[in-house]
Design a protein around this ligand. Sequence first.
Ligand SMILES: *Cc1c(COP(=O)(O)O)cnc(C)c1O
Length: 358
Amino acid sequence: MTPVIRAIVDTAALRHNLGRVRHLAPRSRVLAVIKANAYGHGIVPTAVALAGADGFAVARLEEGIALRAAGLRHRVVLLEGVFSAEQLRQAADHDFEIMVHEPEQLALLEAHRGDRPFRVWFKIDTGMNRLGFKPPQVAAALSRLGACDAVAKPLTLVTHLASADARDGASTNAQLALFDRLVEGIPGERSIANSAGLIGFEHARADWVRPGLMLYGVSPLQDRDAGSLGLRPAMTLVTCVIAVKQVDAGELVGYGGDWTATRPTRLAIAAAGYGDGYPRNTASGTAVLIGAHRASLVGRVSMDMIAIDATDLPRVTVGDPVILWGPGVPVEDVARAAGTIPYELICGVSQRVHLDVR
Ligand SMILES: *Cc1c(COP(=O)(O)O)cnc(C)c1O
């Protein structure tokens, strides 16, 4: 039985996009970011497809454990580190590397007794004000880590950019300058850039880049599409038509009667809704593909269904495939039409969507 709605993952596209990262940052090593179930693409199959990366980054311990359980021996970095002695022991058991961004984590390391020291990624907050030691705390934290037997030397020095996707590079340049000043003369590799940072700021590429979004073939920049960056979308969210009906001009369609037919309209009802991760806020007029034809969403997105104006299509029948995003329907466009960002859409594909990795 073919599932009604599927997220088809193109592993050749994942590999291609890793190649684009290598091309853009030829002197950097690549820590492929595969948190949040590889942005919805399936963490283990994505890691297998991206086995050519120099390491993987995940947000949570369980995500790293899934990689080890699948037999992957790569370097694995926990981007948020650990929050308890128990988690630190587990990180040691699985040979994970940890981000250290918080004084509490220094105390955990100082109390740890183990056979091997941890590789530590030391995070400095240069302006995002999320994770990391603030500039005045850096020297003291570094001297504690330097004195700690549970920590391998040298550390990798890290910061994260808050606005690398913005057209105006002023705040990114300020972060880069502050980072340079704070790490000057300190031994160890440097890691700064996410996808937007590595595309837009040569200086941010440093020793390790940390791409996420672009590996999945999605543009991280507001004013560039994926194709112009040489990226190929890895995910196609596809469902099918489950009903076709005709309505007259003046009839209202969907919950709340949000959309009114302005002409005799042939509607295709497709099996996808916010219960699948297709956002409820998506505006009428947003493109979908029925077979090879463009058509537009009309009315409000329901939990399990959407309505599509298929009047201009040569024909439409129950069972026709409907592409909600993927090649030909950029997820960036759907996100814009829903008032959100593509990250949220690809991460938010729900459990009942069958992941079909090819
Ligand atoms: C998620 C994350 C990344 C990847 O960001 P993209 O914008 O998806 O490339 C890089 N670094 C850190 C610390 C992250 O949390």
